[in-house]
Design a protein around this ligand. Structure first.
Ligand SMILES: [Zn+2]
Ligand SMILES: [Zn+2]
Length: 185
């Protein structure tokens, strides 16, 4: 079975940064929205209260139907209200079309700030940086930008900004060739 954090990582709610978990833009936004509509359910005091109630049930001192019944009574109208009132966050369109699939390009937010992506993601994984000196994105983890690094022998090579979480590397020459190829197309 998947651990809860693995599930959150798979869905893009958290990211790994320096071997630590960090909330992604999507995670923060989701949490804000849930807080807005389910404030009294998503709280530490509520969770600990439920935990002690569950303890009572496991000791046969409380009826589980009673607990779930009272939870549901409270929860159901909240869900209905959220469906009705939760506003979808507008995605900012760039006004240009994706060079790969001709759908709209939109601004997205990642670990390193704003970037350009295809509106049909994950169907089309086209991304582009707003940084004119950008070398493109890492083909391995998709999210990190390629950066130039220097090894101990003072040779340049290309690595992923997500290193050490992502171990992508390529030679500096190879990367330069590819950049030239793409501009010639
Ligand atoms: Zn596209
Ligand atoms: Zn990478």
């Amino acid at each position: 079975m998947l651990q809860l954090w693995e599930l959150c990582a798979n869905e893009g709610y958290v990211l790994f940064e320096n071997k630590a978990l960090k909330a992604s833009e999507k995670g923060i936004l989701t949490s804000d929205k849930l807080q807005e509509f389910f404030q009294d359910i998503i709280s530490e005091s509520y969770t600990s209260q439920v935990e002690s109630q569950l303890d009572l049930i496991s000791h046969g001192e409380k009826d589980y139907q009673e607990l779930f019944g009272s939870f549901w009574e409270k929860f159901e109208p909240r869900v209905e209200e959220a469906f009705e009132k939760m506003v979808e966050v507008a995605i900012e369109k760039m006004g240009t079309k994706c060079p790969r699939c001709d759908n709209d390009l939109v601004y997205r937010f990642g670990k390193y700030g704003k970037f350009i992506g295809c509106s049909t993601f994950p169907k089309c994984r086209y991304i582009s940086s707003l940084n004119p000196f950008n070398l493109g994105f890492c083909p391995q983890c998709i999210e990190g930008e390629k950066v130039i690094k220097v090894n101990r022998r003072n040779q340049k090579f290309i690595a992923c900004r997500n290193y050490p979480e992502c171990d992508f590397v390529e030679s500096y020459e190879q990367s330069k060739d590819e950049t030239e190829k793409t501009t010639l197309e």
